[in-house]
Design a protein around this ligand. Structure first.
Ligand SMILES: Nc1ncnc2c1ncn2[C@@H]1O[C@H](COP(=O)(O)OP(=O)(O)OP(=O)(O)O)[C@@H](O)[C@H]1O
Length: 248
């Protein structure tokens, strides 16, 4: 579904990615992990065509994005939804209007149909329909994330990109959001790419992940494979020493 091949990125002579490669399969929930400033968000922005690829290739949905013309780019972008880390909702729009904004922009559907679809998406992310008329400032952190997720789902994407979706949520809300991602993948046949630091998400939600460390991919594989490697950098990253359930 997504192939990153020999990607190198630098900003002002500072190398962020040095010849990194990874592959994400259809239907996977794939994690991009790494310390702060390791280049996770930059990689995500390059995959979704918001940032330029400096060197290397990215293929998504069988299209080499280096070679796409502007019109083709706009067309292919409709196949994914994105939830940015600080992806704020529009404060002047109510929840239903926020969810419907992409439909308004990208389709010619009449307003009442857009509203119907927006309400369906709200239901999909586990929100009560009464929430539709509320404004962002009236919502809890967990509800805001769900509304942003409903917005990302508005155009029925094949791929969902989530940048630290549970950061700032309390443990119960974070767990509920993780469960929702698992349910949505099943229901909608989605491929999901998540940037995360959360150990619970890494263990319970991701099928596979890559760890970016010192400009390289330090590891790609499953959580079990990462444990079995018993590599110091990987263990440190996965905070195994703090993980009492593993008896360490
Ligand atoms: N447009 C840009 N111009 C200059 N430097 C940039 C630009 N975009 C990113 N960087 C730098 O690239 C590095 C990687 O940033 P990025 O946001 O991708 O890291 P990250 O792994 O997502 O970090 P975090 O977990 O803190 O969000 C950082 O040092 C950042 O300052």
């Amino acid at each position: 579904m997504i192939k990153v091949k020999n990607l190198s990125t630098s900003f002002n002579d500072k190398m962020v990615h040095d010849n990194i490669s990874l592959e994400i399969n259809k239907g996977e929930i794939y994690g991009i992990l790494g310390g702060s400033g390791s280049g996770k968000t930059t990689l995500l922005r390059q995959i979704i065509m918001l940032d330029k690829i400096q060197k290397g290739e990215i293929t998504i949905l069988e299209q080499n994005i280096n070679k796409l013309k502007i019109k083709q780019r706009e067309f292919i972008k409709r196949n994914w939804g994105v939830l940015f880390q600080f992806g704020a909702l529009f404060s002047s729009l109510n929840v239903v209007e926020n969810v419907g904004i992409m439909l308004k922009e990208y389709t010619k559907l009449p307003k009442d149909l857009i509203n119907d679809i927006a309400y369906t998406k709200l239901k999909m992310v586990g929100l009560d329909l009464k929430v539709g008329k509320l404004y962002p400032e009236e919502l809890s952190g967990g509800m805001k994330k769900r509304v942003a997720l409903a917005r990302a789902l508005a155009l029925d994407p094949q791929i969902l990109f989530l940048d630290e979706p549970t950061s700032g949520l309390d443990p119960a809300s974070a767990k509920a959001f993780d469960d929702l991602i698992l349910d949505l993948r099943e229901m909608l046949d989605l491929t999901v790419v998540i940037i995360t630091h959360e150990l619970n998400t890494i263990r319970n939600v991701l099928d596979r992940f890559s760890i970016i460390s010192n400009t390289k991919i330090a590891f790609s594989g499953t959580y079990e494979e990462a444990l079995n490697l018993n590599n110091d950098t990987i263990n440190k990253f996965l905070k195994l020493s703090k993980d009492k359930t593993l008896g360490k």
